[in-house]
Design a protein around this ligand. Structure first.
Ligand code: ADE
Ligand code: ZN
Length: 332
């Protein structure tokens, strides 16, 4: 099974670029930029990656992002992630980034987007990995701030395909951002939102009906509501599930309890993703291996998860067809 997973062509749809900042690169950028980190060394920093919920992770994630200052920093971050994609046979990836985390520190939006975009272009040419960017707004901030961010970003519209909603979920319902999503929809952008990670099934309903998203990020709490599970199965609105993240943030106590396979068997378009791989212990292959070990799927179920990700992606139909063929031909 491990060999089958390693070679399987993959598509990633839920990965926060700031969450791919490995401690080694964090320390290197801190030194390069004269930023002081509140940890003496890499080992001590890694030991701090012991989370009890989403917020305890987000506090470190926003702190770590403070080493990112120049265009080259964003290039290096994105390039390092793409090299991991190449190792894991990820053929296509749709990457989240959080501009407000950087603009609030005085880093211009242009610096962020140009650094990332240059790396993605090199990734297409040198690694043959296709990619799209999804601009996420932080739900612990106001809708007005989200709209301001989008308005600034529209000058660089050719660089991103859609918008998303992330950060602290509970107490910050999707409904608060309906106006922002209306604006993004009017701009022809794709729409996704984190919902049902720590928050209730009702937040997933809100994301579907009020925000009209075409994918739900996480969504694992849908099982609280059988009508919602039926709706997701009938509509095939995909869930971008992140197994190692769910374990590290205590959304599940044990991987054996994860509902990913149950949701797959109920006909939902579930996919496997890494979320914040530098913080949660692994990239795509590691996430597949973790669920394979805990849930005992067969190779065809693993293949289906990869096919689902192609279906759920924002790729044009011609590129989807090619990837589907490649995944179906794959023998392991
Ligand atoms: N930002 C980065 N990772 C996140 C997650 N798992 N949930 C919400 N916001 C995030
Ligand atoms: Zn996420």
């Amino acid at each position: 099974m491990d060999r089958f997973i390693e070679g399987l062509p993959k598509v990633e749809l839920h990965m926060h670029l700031e969450g791919s900042l490995e401690p080694e690169l964090m320390f290197r950028l801190a030194e390069r930029n004269g930023v002081t980190l509140p940890y003496p060394d890499i080992e001590t920093l890694r030991q701090a990656y012991d989370f009890h919920n989403l917020q305890s992770f987000l506090d470190l994630y926003y702190q770590g992002a403070q080493v990112l200052l120049t265009e080259q920093d964003f290039y290096d971050l994105a390039w390092a992630y793409l090299e991991r994609c190449a190792e894991d046979n990820v053929r296509h990836t749709e990457i989240f980034f959080d501009p407000q985390t950087h603009t609030s520190r005085g880093v211009p939006f242009k610096t962020v987007i140009q650094g990332i975009s240059r790396a993605l272009k090199d990734g297409e040419q040198k690694l043959k990995i296709s990619s799209y960017l999804i601009l996420c707004v932080l739900r612990h901030l106001s809708e007005a701030e989200a709209i301001k961010t989008l308005e600034e970003a529209l000058a660089y519209k050719e660089h991103f395909i859609g918008v998303g909603l992330d950060s602290s979920e509970v107490g910050n319902p999707p409904a608060n951002f309906a106006g922002f999503f209306d604006l993004a929809r009017q701009q022809g952008l794709k729409l996704v939102a984190h919902a049902g990670e720590e928050g209730p099934a009702d937040y997933i309903w809100q994301a579907l009906d009020l925000l009209q998203v075409s994918r739900i990020d996480h969504g694992v709490n849908c099982t609280e509501d059988p009508k919602l599970v039926q709706r997701l199965a009938d509509s095939r609105v995909p869930l971008t599930v992140c197994p190692l993240s769910n374990l590290k943030l205590k959304v599940v106590d044990e991987m054996e309890q994860h509902n990913l396979l149950k949701l797959l068997h109920s006909g939902l378009c579930v996919t496997v993703n890494s979320d914040d791989p530098a913080y949660f212990g692994g990239y795509m292959t590691q996430n597949f291996k973790a669920i394979a070990e805990a849930l005992n799927p067969d190779c065809e179920e693993i293949r289906q998860l990869s096919l689902n990700a192609v279906e759920a992606s924002f790729l044009p139909d011609s590129a989807k067809r090619e990837l589907v063929q490649e995944i179906l031909r794959y023998q392991g």
